[in-house]
Design a protein around this ligand. Sequence first.
Ligand SMILES: NC(=O)c1ccc[n+]([C@@H]2O[C@H](COP(=O)([O-])OP(=O)(O)OC[C@H]3O[C@@H](n4cnc5c(N)ncnc54)[C@H](OP(=O)(O)O)[C@@H]3O)[C@@H](O)[C@H]2O)c1
Length: 249
Amino acid sequence: MELAGKVALVTGASGDIGGAIARALAAAGVDVAVGYVGNADGAASCVRDVEAAGRRAFPIQCDQANIDAIDPAVDAVAAHFGRLDILVNNAAWNIGIPFPELDALTTDIWDRVYDTNVRGPFQLSRAAARHMRAAGGGRIVNIASVAGLSPGGSSIAYATSKAALIHLTRCLAVALAPAITVNCVAPGLVENTRMALRLPPEVAQGARDRAILRRASSAEDIAEQTVTFCRADSVTGQTLIVDAGIFFH
Ligand SMILES: NC(=O)c1ccc[n+]([C@@H]2O[C@H](COP(=O)([O-])OP(=O)(O)OC[C@H]3O[C@@H](n4cnc5c(N)ncnc54)[C@H](OP(=O)(O)O)[C@@H]3O)[C@@H](O)[C@H]2O)c1
C-alpha cells in the first residue's frame, strides 16, 4: 500500500513505542490520530512531531477498557480526516505480579488487563474496519510481546493477553480479508522505554547478553517493522518477533 496521504490511528501514541510508530508513519507521509488516555503531555509532544514532519495530527483521548468509548473515538478520527486506512493497536496496560503469586492476580486486575489488551484491540479493529472497507481497504498492526509466545513478562494476565492478541491477529486476518491485512509485531525488551527502565538492571542486561545481536531492540525498530507491515500487500496473519535474536534459539 502506498502510504503517502493515508490516515492512521495509533493507540497509546502518548507512550514510548506508540510515539515512535506515529513519528515513523508521519515520516512515511501518513496523517496520524494520536491516541492517549491520561498522558496529555505525551500526546501533545507526539502531535507536535507529526506536524513538524509536515503531516496532520489529531489527538484523540479514549479509554479502550471502556466499551462505550471506542466506536465514538474511531468515528471521530474518520470524521476529522475524512478517512481511516491504518490502525495500530499499540496501547496496553500491565502491572508487575510475579507468576507464582496467583492470589495477587485479582479479578479486577485480570479484567483490566484483558479489557485493555484484548477486548479493546478487537473493538478498535471492528470499528476501524468499517471505515477501511469504505475506503477500499486498510491495514491493522497489533503490538504484542514475546511474553505472548513464551511464559514470561510482567504477569500471567499480561502474558496470556498478548498470546490472545497474537491469535486475534490471525482470526481478524481471516475475518477482514481480502480488503484489510492484519499483522503483529512481538517486541522483546525495548531499550529506553519506561517499561524497560522499571526492570532491575541485571534483568535488562541479561536480555541484552542473551540476544545474538548483543543488544535490545529500540522503539524505532518496532516502528520500522510496523511501517513495513503497513506497506506490504501480500502479508497477513503474521507475527514478527523483534528482539535482537533471543527468542528463536
Ligand atoms: N517497552 C517494552 O519493552 C515492551 C516490550 C514488549 C511489548 N511492549 C508493548 O509495546 C506497547 C507499547 O509499550 P510502551 O513500552 O510504549 O508502553 P508505555 O510507554 O507505557 O505506553 C503505553 C500506552 O498505552 C496507553 N494506554 C494504557 N491504558 C490504556 C487504555 N485503557 N486506553 C487507551 N490507552 C491506554 C497509554 O496511554 P497514556 O500514557 O496516555 O495513559 C500509553 O500511551 C504495549 O502494547 C506493550 O505491551 C513493550
